[in-house]
Design a protein around this ligand. Structure first.
Ligand code: BTN
Length: 231
């Protein structure tokens, strides 16, 4: 369960970094939210622009035995965000592994980090959801927000509350896996890998893409991330 305690801040460098720096004072499931971040981080070393008006939060999981695989948490968060947008009357898709898009524009991103040397001791999951931002010209309009999609503003706290309840209700990992597959737009896409065209036929429970080459009829599993496709 997440969100028994929610620590609120006006501004932080990054909610993920705050959790890392204050791990011993935080309990399993605690949430940290900031109205703005000065050094918001995205995946693959990207920055995450974090002006006020959107939702920036992270939570810590200390009882990691709840998740047999790291990909379980990726799926659980991704599916919870898709359902969150469904509740607002929007159809959102997962761009593998964990970008959330609406009509091919990014509306939410997830940054999962692990703490621990030999074993994973803690998971820190940071989530950014574009709520009230209306101008994405700085990033060439590749993103969208709830406000743009619904043409009204939203209370950021209520969006977080809704996410917490959807996340906490989802307990059946098989059902979450099905939800992840159903909402992943990479399935059935044709991709070129090492010069050969493949079709993505499945995603394994561990998060590997299963690709099938029609010409050679081979089946391979890979970890690499393809970005060059439309959702
Ligand atoms: C991505 O799509 O690249 C992941 C973006 C994750 C952004 C969130 S905002 C809250 C948390 N704090 C951060 O510094 N990053 C994550």
């Amino acid at each position: 369960m997440i969100g028994r305690k929610v620590y609120r801040f006006e501004t932080l460098t990054s909610t993920n970094d705050y959790i890392k720096q204050n791990l011993s004072d935080l309990e399993d499931g605690d949430i940290v939210i900031a109205k703005a971040q000065t050094k918001g981080r995205g995946r693959r070393g990207n920055s995450w622009l974090s002006q006020p008006g959107n939702l920036y939060f992270s939570f810590v999981l200390k009882n990691n035995h709840d998740y047999q695989r790291l990909f379980d948490i990726v799926m659980k968060i991704s599916v919870a965000i898709v359902r969150l947008f469904n509740d607002y009357g929007l159809i959102a898709k997962i761009k593998y592994p964990n970008d959330i898009l609406i009509e091919n524009k990014k509306i939410s991103g997830i940054l999962i980090e692990t703490v621990g040397e030999k074993e994973i001791e803690c998971l820190i999951s940071g989530i950014g959801i574009n709520v009230n931002q209306r101008d994405f010209s700085k990033i060439n309009d590749i993103a969208t927000s709830l406000a743009i999609e619904k043409n009204r503003d939203y209370d950021v706290k209520s969006v977080l509350k809704e996410f917490i309840s959807i996340y906490n209700e989802a307990k059946d990992q098989e059902e979450i896996y099905r939800g992840y597959i159903e909402n992943s737009c990479i399935i059935n896409k044709n991709l070129v890998y090492h010069g050969i065209e493949y079709k993505v036929v499945d995603i394994s429970r561990e998060g590997k893409l299963k690709l099938l080459s029609e010409a050679k009829e081979i089946d391979i599993e890979i970890h690499e991330i393809f970005d060059d496709y439309h959702c």
